[in-house]
Design a protein around this ligand. Structure first.
Ligand SMILES: C[S@@+](CC[C@H](N)C(=O)[O-])C[C@H]1O[C@@H](n2cnc3c(N)ncnc32)[C@H](O)[C@@H]1O
Length: 303
C-alpha cells in the first residue's frame, strides 16, 4: 500500500479502511465548511423548494441534517424553518462543534442540537423528523440502499427525505486557460471518479449498487418522488472567499489524485495553487465557479 506521503496525524477514521482513499474528516474541516459556505446559495434554493413541498412550514417541527459536517445546511434549515428544532448528526465531534458555533453566530443556537453518531446505526434512538436532509454523506456508507431505508423509517407521515447526491462536476476555468494542455478539468474529473470508486471499495461492509437514488427512495417505501438540480453560478470576477475555496480544493486534488495525472498536468496544478503566480487561481481574472447539485426527495405516505 502506498500513501506514506499523506499519513494522517491521528486515527479517527471509522471502519478501519486503509489506503489513500481513507479520509480524515477533522483535517478536512475547513475545506468542507468553505465548500458549504460557497454553495450556500444553491442549498438555500433547495431548502425553499423543500419548504414548498412540505406545505405548512409552521407544522415542520423537526429537521435533521444527517452527515452534516460543519452544519452549513443545518444553519440554513434553522432559518428557513423557524418553527423547527434542527438536529445535526455527524461522526466527527470537531465538525459538530463548528455547526454549533455557526448556529450561535446565526442566532439560531437555541434551535440546533448536535448528535455525534456513527451512521446509520447511531440514529436508532433519535426519534422522528418531518424533514431529513443528507448531503454527500450517504455515499460514504457501505450500504447506501440500507442507509436510505433506515433514514426513511424515521420520517413522520407526510415527511420528506431529501438526499443531495450527484449533479455535475464543477467548473472554474476556461477549457484553455493558457497553461498546459487544454481540458485539465475533464481529466481531473476522470481521476476523481476512479478515486471515488476506490474510496467506496475500501468502505467497511461495502455493497455495490446502481447509484439510482430515486430507486433507493422507492425501495424504502417512499412515494411522491421528485428530483431537482440547483445551480451555483458565480461568474468572474470571484470573491476572495471563493478563490480561497477553489485553491483549497485544487490543493486537495493535488494531494489525492495528482499521481494519476501526467507530469504536464501536475505542473499546471502546481502553478494554479501557487499564491504568488499571477496565473494562479488566486490572482487570475478568469476564474469562476459553476456547479450543479441534485436533490432527490421522497415522502412517507400520510396516514
Ligand atoms: C463530504 S462531507 C458532507 C458534509 C455536508 N453534508 C455537506 O454537504 O457539505 C461527509 C460528512 O459525512 C460524515 N460521515 C462520513 N461517514 C460517516 C459515518 N459513517 N458516520 C457518521 N458520519 C459520517 C463526515 O464526517 C462528513 O462530515
Amino acid at each position: 500500500m502506498s500513501g506514506h506521503h499523506h499519513h494522517h496525524h491521528h486515527d479517527t477514521h471509522r471502519g478501519g479502511g486503509s489506503g489513500h482513499a481513507d479520509i480524515d474528516w477533522a483535517v478536512m474541516a475547513s475545506l468542507i465548511e468553505a465548500n458549504g459556505e460557497v454553495h450556500a446559495p444553491a442549498t438555500e434554493q433547495a431548502a425553499h423548494w423543500l419548504r414548498e413541498r412540505l406545505g405548512d412550514a409552521s407544522e415542520v417541527h423537526d429537521v435533521w441534517d444527517v452527515g452534516s459536517g460543519p452544519g452549513v445546511a443545518a444553519g440554513l434549515f434553522a432559518q428557513v424553518f423557524p418553527s423547527a428544532a434542527v438536529l445535526a448528526v455527524d461522526g466527527e465531534q470537531a465538525l459538530l462543534e463548528r455547526a454549533r458555533a455557526r448556529a450561535a453566530r446565526l442566532g439560531v443556537g437555541d434551535r440546533l442540537r448536535t448528535l455525534t453518531a456513527d451512521l446509520p446505526d447511531g440514529l436508532v434512538d433519535a426519534g422522528a423528523a418531518d424533514l431529513i436532509w443528507s448531503s454527500k454523506a450517504l455515499h460514504h456508507l457501505g450500504d447506501q440502499t440500507g442507509a436510505v431505508a433506515r433514514l426513511a423509517d424515521h420520517l413522520r407521515p407526510g415527511g420528506l427525505l431529501a438526499v443531495a447526491e450527484g449533479g455535475l462536476p464543477a467548473r472554474c476555468l476556461p477549457r484553455d486557460f493558457g497553461i498546459g494542455r487544454p481540458g485539465l478539468q475533464a481529466r481531473l474529473d476522470a481521476v476523481v471518479e476512479d478515486w471515488f470508486t476506490e474510496m467506496r471499495a475500501a468502505l467497511p461492509d461495502v455493497r455495490t449498487t446502481v447509484e439510482d437514488w430515486p430507486a433507493m427512495l422507492a425501495a424504502a417505501g417512499l412515494t411522491d418522488l421528485r428530483s431537482r438540480t440547483f445551480l451555483l453560478d458565480l461568474p468572474a470576477p470571484l470573491s476572495a472567499a471563493a478563490r480561497d475555496y477553489l485553491r483549497a480544493q485544487l490543493v486537495r486534488l493535488r494531494e489525492t489524485v495528482a499521481e494519476n495525472l501526467d507530469a504536464e498536468d501536475r505542473a499546471t496544478l502546481d502553478r494554479l495553487v501557487d499564491p504568488d503566480d499571477k496565473d494562479g487561481i488566486l490572482l487570475r481574472s478568469d476564474a469562476f465557479l459553476l456547479s450543479a447539485q441534485t436533490v432527490h426527495t421522497g415522502r412517507r405516505a400520510a396516514v
